[in-house]
Every structure is written in C-alpha cells, then in structure tokens.
Design a protein around this ligand. Structure first.
Ligand SMILES: Nc1ncnc2c1ncn2[C@@H]1O[C@H](COP(=O)(O)OP(=O)(O)O)[C@@H](O)[C@H]1O
Ligand SMILES: [Mg+2]
Length: 305
C-alpha cells in the first residue's frame, strides 16, 4: 500500500510566531497523500496557507515560519526532521518547486545555459560537456523555440512565458519524482497560461510525476488534477477525487467556488444539480464535529467554525 504513495502530509501545522503580537497559524492540521504519478490540486484564496505548505515541503519557509506539528513523509522519510545533509539529496533533485515570477528566480547576470548547467553539475555531478547536453535537452523538452541560441541568452532577453518555461526546465532538469507548482502561471496572460498548462500536463504524463498543483483558480485545477483539496484559513475543508468533488461538493465554500466556476462543459455535466440540498442536510441535520468526516470513498469534509 505505502509503496504507492509519493508524499504524505500528516497533521501538518505551520506557525509564524510573533507576527501581529500573538503569532499566526498559517497551516493547521493539514493531511493528505499523493500517490505516485498523481496530481493533487490545492485550491484556496490568497492567504489560505498554500505557499506555506509548499515551502514547508521544500524546507524553505520564510522567517519566522516553522513547522510546529506534523510530518511530511516523502518515500517514508520525514522531511521535517531530516538532517540538512540528507535533505540535499532530495531538494532540487527529487523534489522541486515551480514558483511564479520566474524573473525573480533567475540570476540576471548569468546566461540560461550557465544557470541550468550549474544545477546539474552540483546535483548530478556532470562535467561541462554533459551539463551542456542536459541543458539543451531540457530546454528542448519545454519547447523553447530556437533553444540552442536561447542557451546563451540572459533572463532579461526572455518574455514572461519563455522565462516560465526556463523555470519549468530548471525544476525538471534533475529528473525529480515530485513537483510542486505554486501558482506558477498566475502572472501570465491567458493564452500563454494555457500553453504552459498544456506543456506541464504533457510532461507530468510522460514522466509519470507526482504533483502538488497549487492555484487560486479551481477551473485550472479541475483540468488536470486527480484529486482536489480546498484550503480555507489554513485548514483543508474538503478533499476528494476530482469527480466526487464536482459531483457532490459539500462544504459551503466548495459550493461557492463551484457555482462561480461555469466555463467547463465537461464539469458542468458531472456537477450535481442539487448540491445545496445535500450540503444542507449534512450540516444542518447532521451533527458535524470539527474533524474530517469521510462522506464517500476518499471524499473528506470538515466544518470549521
Ligand atoms: N513571512 C511571513 N511572516 C508572517 N506571517 C506570514 C508570512 N508568510 C505568510 N504568513 C502568514 O501565513 C498566512 C498564509 O500565507 P501563505 O502561505 O503565503 O498563503 P497563500 O499562499 O495561500 O496566499 C498569511 O495569511 C500570513 O498570515
Ligand atoms: Mg501563495
């Protein structure tokens, strides 16, 4: 059973102590598992705690953020307590993070080829010639046109979409098993966003990656996730296999998001015609405690007060 799991969060809590006097709990008691080759979409509004989860997984929480409870198991090893030395084998190679604002992630003084090359030299111990080949190959795989000449380009010479492709290339170059995409396409215009999504979708399939796909846009998540989790004020309020989520959304916040989401014909068909009734019965008549309840197989919901 467990050998099928890529990553699991067990009751993760992230605090920013001292912020606004008493401190903020940005992530509270969050649990989920992502199977190998599967994509979990994590949706939530700004400030819900999405980036804190992403950065807890990669041990890159911004000060004073810290994991105060829970475990993050990657291939059965806890990232939270992993010694720094061992961590290096995982981060940047087996687990990688794709962020928005690609230009702030790239060093303006170094060529694309050099930046990507340095990564494989460090992590995979490749020599100069091997590194150059690996870089050209990955640039081609993210469909950068004229990738040979882009190898010697500097970040400022790239458009936003091109820079995002470079960031994706960067996250893939060491052949990771697990990729986190944190709002990666949010800064791009819609057409470019669609192209990048399509590219990511193809790569995920081809490489059989396990993915945590973070976004504010439930429509975007719906397009290529196997499971969907909804984060609300640091807590998962509903999580389910994607079809179950759309067919039978229960939490009022899920209903609100889904009713605003109408542009997909595919999901309109799956989406139940009377979800409100179901939800009302559940919350008004049911005695819902403040913990996760399984309402269908793998479909969990919790009321937060
Ligand atoms: N550097 C920080 N210092 C203090 N509090 C922070 C910091 N970063 C995030 N937080 C707190 O954590 C909450 C969740 O933030 P974040 O994880 O960035 O959410 P999201 O990515 O969903 O927008 C914020 O509302 C804020 O209260
Ligand atoms: Mg964020």
């Amino acid at each position: 059973m467990t050998e099928n799991i890529s990553l699991s969060l067990n009751n993760l809590t992230v605090d920013y102590p001292g912020y606004k006097g008493s401190g903020t709990t940005a992530v509270k008691d969050v649990s989920f598992t992502i199977d190998k080759g599967k994509v979990l979409g994590l949706v939530g509004e700004s400030g819900a705690g999405k980036t804190s989860i992403a950065r807890a997984i990669t041990r890159q929480l911004v000060e004073p953020g810290e994991v105060t409870a829970g475990k993050i198991l990657f291939e059965n090893k806890d990232i939270v307590t992993m010694p720094q030395k061992e961590l290096k084998n995982y981060l940047g190679s087996q687990i990688s993070l794709i962020v928005p604002n690609p230009k702030s992630e790239l060093d303006p003084l170094l060529t694309i080829g050099r930046q990507l090359g340095d990564i494989v030299k460090t992590h995979l111990k490749l020599n100069n010639r091997e590194a150059r080949e690996a870089v050209l190959k990955v640039l081609e795989s993210v469909q950068i046109p004229d990738h040979r000449s882009r190898y010697s380009a500097y970040p400022h010479e790239l458009s936003g979409g091109m820079a995002q492709r470079v960031i994706i290339a960067m996250s893939l170059i060491c052949n990771p098993k697990f990729v986190i995409s944190d709002d990666a396409t949010s800064g791009l215009d819609v057409t470019v966003q669609r192209e990048i999504m399509k590219l990511m979708q193809n790569i995920i399939k081809e490489k059989n990656l396990s993915v945590l796909f973070i976004t504010r846009d439930i429509g975007l998540a719906a397009h290529f996730c196997d499971h969907l989790g909804l984060l609300f004020r640091g807590q998962i309020v509903e999580i389910a296999p994607i079809k179950s989520f759309f067919r039978n959304p229960i939490h009022p916040y899920s209903l609100a998001l889904l009713s605003a989401f109408s542009h997909s014909v595919k999901w309109r068909k799956v989406y139940s015609t009377e979800p409100q009734k179901w939800s009302k019965e559940f919350f008004v008549n049911g005695n819902v405690p403040d913990k996760m309840i399984e309402v269908e197989k793998g479909h969990l919901v919790r009321m937060i007060r």
